[in-house]
Design a protein around this ligand. Sequence first.
Ligand SMILES: CC(C)(COP(=O)(O)OP(=O)(O)OC[C@H]1O[C@@H](n2cnc3c(N)ncnc32)[C@H](O)[C@@H]1OP(=O)(O)O)[C@@H](O)C(=O)NCCC(=O)NCCS
Length: 261
Amino acid sequence: MADHADSGSLPSWPGLMDLPGSPPRPGEVWVWSFSTTDGAHIPALEKLLDEHETLRAQRLRSARARAEFVSGRGLVRMALGRLLNRYPGSVRLSSIGNGKPVLAGDSATAALHFNIAHSHGMGLLALACHAELGVDIEKIRPVTDMDALARRYFHPNEVTKLRGLENEDARRQAFFHAWTRKEAFLKATGAGIGFGLERMEVTLEAGQPARLIQIDGCEGEAGHWTLEHLAPNSGWMGALALKAPCLRLVTGHIGWDNLSL
Ligand SMILES: CC(C)(COP(=O)(O)OP(=O)(O)OC[C@H]1O[C@@H](n2cnc3c(N)ncnc32)[C@H](O)[C@@H]1OP(=O)(O)O)[C@@H](O)C(=O)NCCC(=O)NCCS
C-alpha cells in the first residue's frame, strides 16, 4: 500500500480548479494547501522567481528545502500576479520585521496580505485584504523531547495543561496545537520566534476553539487577535492568526496540474 503520509497529495479540503481573479472580500481569509513534493512543477515555478529568490534557492543544499521554497514563492507570485493582473515574475516582493515576505509597492498592493508555511511535503498559503496574517503548518510526528521543548518554549500555564494530559496521542496533538498557534501569531506580527514563544498563552486542549489567551500577561491585547485551527490533511495540523475578526474562512487545495504553468 502506498504511504501517502509524506506526499502532501491527499487533501481533506476541496480542490481549487483555478486561482481566483478577484481578491478576498473584507473579513474573508483564504487558506490553500499545496504539495511541495511534486517535482514536476518546480522548473516552471523557478522561472517566476526574482534574482534574490533565485540566489536563495540555489544556496539551499537540500532538494526538499529547495522544493518548499520554490513552490511557496512560485505559488505566491502566481496568486498575486492573477489578483494584480501582472505577470507573476514581475510581482515585486520585499520583507518586513524579521524576514516576513510582503508585497512591495503602493498602498493598493500593500492591502494584499499573505503568508506561507511548509512542513514535510505540504505547504499553506494564506491571503486576506483586511489584516496582516500569519500561518503555520506542522506534520504531526513523534516528538521525543516534547517535555523539554514545552518547558523551554511554552507559557507556564501551557506546560501545566500539557502535563495534565495522560494519553500520549492527546499530548502530541496539544503540543502541535500550541506550537502552530504560537508560530502563526509570531508570523502575523513578522517578529518570528525571536519574540519568544513563551510570552503568549494559547488554547491547546482538544475540543477548545483556537484562541490567544494572553500576550505578556495582557488579555486585552490578546482579544484583538483571531486564531483558527486548520486541518488540511489528516497527517498535518495548521493554524492561522490575524489581528482582526475572520468572518469567513475559505480553504482549498491547489493541484499544480490545474494551474497553467
Ligand atoms: C518565521 C519562522 C517562525 C518560520 O519558521 P519555520 O517553521 O521554519 O517555517 P515555516 O514553514 O512556518 O515558514 C517559512 C515561511 O515563513 C515566511 N517568513 C519568514 N520569516 C518570517 C517572519 N519573520 N514573519 C512571518 N513570516 C515569515 C517565509 O515565507 C518563509 O518561507 P519562504 O522563505 O520559503 O518564503 C522562523 O523562520 C523565524 O522566526 N524567522 C525569523 C528570524 C528570527 O527571528 N530568528 C530568531 C531565531 S531565535
